[in-house]
Design a protein around this ligand. Structure first.
Ligand code: ZN
Length: 506
């Protein structure tokens, strides 16, 4: 071998090795393969307490086992089971309008002709006068007012769908959409006690999603009902109510389909929503495993890494696959766990938690924070929720200085030395209107005084939409996030002392 060739080899080989090692650390192939499973239609959108939820648990557990992540003795099959209470509005519920002495009481049945958009969690009776207010629009600059001469304070208002022709809905397709939220604001602004939307084909489309239950932890069942309800009434139900009123069902159909002005008037004498809540049990789990540290004392403490595996399920026959939310976080955690098992040289243990029921109100994290026996052993929690879409070279870093500013310093140092993301701290502002800091699993760790850092990509376009699919994911981005978390968790696991809190938990 001549010298020149040796030098060339010397220059080239280390790079080859480095490259191979880097590829080994976090594998894009693994990230992609796992996400293609979790975000496939087979997993039915991974909604809590459904078949897709259970399939996701099985898949995650098999991946953890394959990587050599161990279960805790308390949860030998990696599952921390969580009992849930599912509350639906029973089909025994009714909406009845009293048309006065001698007249029939007309009864509209829930589930058949009327459904509730608002989640009622216990039996309740809403008893209010009912008014029909046409299209429910008050637009003085356009010379239109459906509320002219009618007082809706403390009343249930029935609002017809759509926009009258006079307002030129054809000229701008967004007009109709703008007006539907305007209708809610206007009615509530005028003191309405509830809103009943009617007469729209889209109501039929929404029907199946309205039968989804409200879900809470059985250990903390909420019986709180919404202050005011929003209901959807099928056209058949409305026709039943309009018979004998100032607007006959035939007139209504003719005028509404022509986009003509509809009258506003009181309907009957009083309306009663008799809402009966039906409860049943359901189950989900947090999936928990750990990678043991090598220090005989410190290994009893944990650096926790987490993401939520659930998503929002199926609506109107469409699967909401949740590739970014939070399939991206789950595959990153699985891949970091695999790399950490291989690294095997850190002092504290690393706790891997894939939370269930996040989309139903951070249920898994909430349950864990109140029931996990080693909560006080967790020195910090790193949460990732949506890390595969926006901004290839930057990421939102949330909450790292809320409890211990030392954590923020460490996260910044590790980041600088490794993937070097530009951190965006926008969501750390105390008056963040989105309240992002409170909206993912880390919040329940922070509530217990554990310093947390949350990484998030702020994807808006397909957020909780059927378009949150694997084909839009940047696996390079998830890889970078995974590398950051890998190095960060090792650095935290090796700290001599726990992080010093310098602020009280929010
Ligand atoms: Zn999420």
């Amino acid at each position: 071998m001549n010298k020149r060739f040796q030098i060339i080899l010397f220059l080239i080989i280390p790079f080859f090795f480095l490259d191979a090692q880097e590829k080994e650390l976090i594998s894009i192939t693994n990230l992609r393969t796992n996400l293609e499973v979790l975000a496939s239609d087979e997993f039915e959108g991974r909604e809590a307490a459904t078949r897709g939820d259970r399939l996701s648990q099985l898949f995650i557990i098999s991946e953890l086992k394959k990587s050599g992540v161990k279960p805790l003795s308390e949860y030998p099959d990696y599952r921390m089971p969580i009992e849930l209470t599912l509350t639906r509005i029973s089909d025994k519920s009714t909406f009845a309008i009293d048309y006065g002495e001698g007249a029939d009481k007309r009864v509209i049945k829930f589930g058949e002709e009327i459904a509730s958009w608002s989640k009622f969690r216990s039996d309740t009776v809403l008893n209010f006068p009912v008014v029909f207010v046409g299209y429910g629009l008050e637009l003085p600059d356009k010379g239109w007012n459906d509320y002219d001469g009618i007082d809706v304070r403390g009343k249930l208002v029935i609002i017809a769908s759509g926009v009258p022709k006079a307002l030129n809905p054809e000229s701008d397709p967004s007009v109709e959409e703008q007006f539907s939220s305007a209708k809610v604001f206007t009615a509530y602004g005028k003191g309405a006690a509830g809103i009943i939307f009617t007469g729209d084909k889209s109501i039929e489309d929404e029907w199946s999603s309205l039968s989804k239950p409200a879900i809470s932890l059985s250990s903390k069942v909420s019986t709180k009902n919404p202050g005011r309800g929003v209901f959807l009434l099928k056209e058949e139900g409305l026709k039943k109510l309009l018979a004998g009123s100032p607007l006959s069902p035939e007139e209504y159909i003719q005028k509404h389909s022509a986009g003509e002005k509809l009258p506003s008037f009181n309907l009957g004498q009083n309306g009663t929503m008799d809402i009966k809540a039906a409860q049943e049990k359901g189950y989900t789990s947090n999936i928990i495993g750990y990678i043991e540290g090598i220090d005989s004392v410190l290994k009893d403490e944990f650096v926790a890494i987490g993401a939520h595996y659930d998503h929002v399920g199926v609506t109107r026959g469409e699967v909401y696959n949740g590739a970014d939310d939070d399939g991206s976080g789950v595959v990153a955690v699985l891949e970091v766990a695999r790399a950490l098992v291989k690294a095997k040289k850190f002092r504290r243990s690393v706790l891997i938690v894939l939370h269930g029921g996040e989309e139903k109100g951070l249920l898994g994290a909430s349950y864990l924070s109140d029931n996990f026996g080693s909560m006080d052993k967790i020195i910090t929690q790193i949460n990732i929720d949506m890390v595969g879409r926006e901004h290839p070279d930057s990421i939102y870093s949330v909450g790292s200085a809320k409890i211990s500013s030392e954590l923020k310093t460490i996260v910044e140092e590790v980041n600088k030395k490794t993937v070097n993301f530009a951190f965006n701290y926008k969501f750390d502002e105390p008056d963040d209107p989105n309240r992002i800091y409170e909206r993912s699993d880390h919040y329940h760790y922070a509530r217990k005084g554990i310093p947390v850092v949350f990484f998030y990509d702020y994807m808006l376009e397909d957020y909780h939409q059927p378009g949150d699919d694997t084909d839009k994911i940047s696996f390079e981005k998830i890889k970078k996030v995974s590398e950051l978390i890998y190095h960060l968790s090792i650095r935290l696991a090796n700290l001599d002392k726990r992080l010093t809190p310098d602020k009280q938990a929010d």
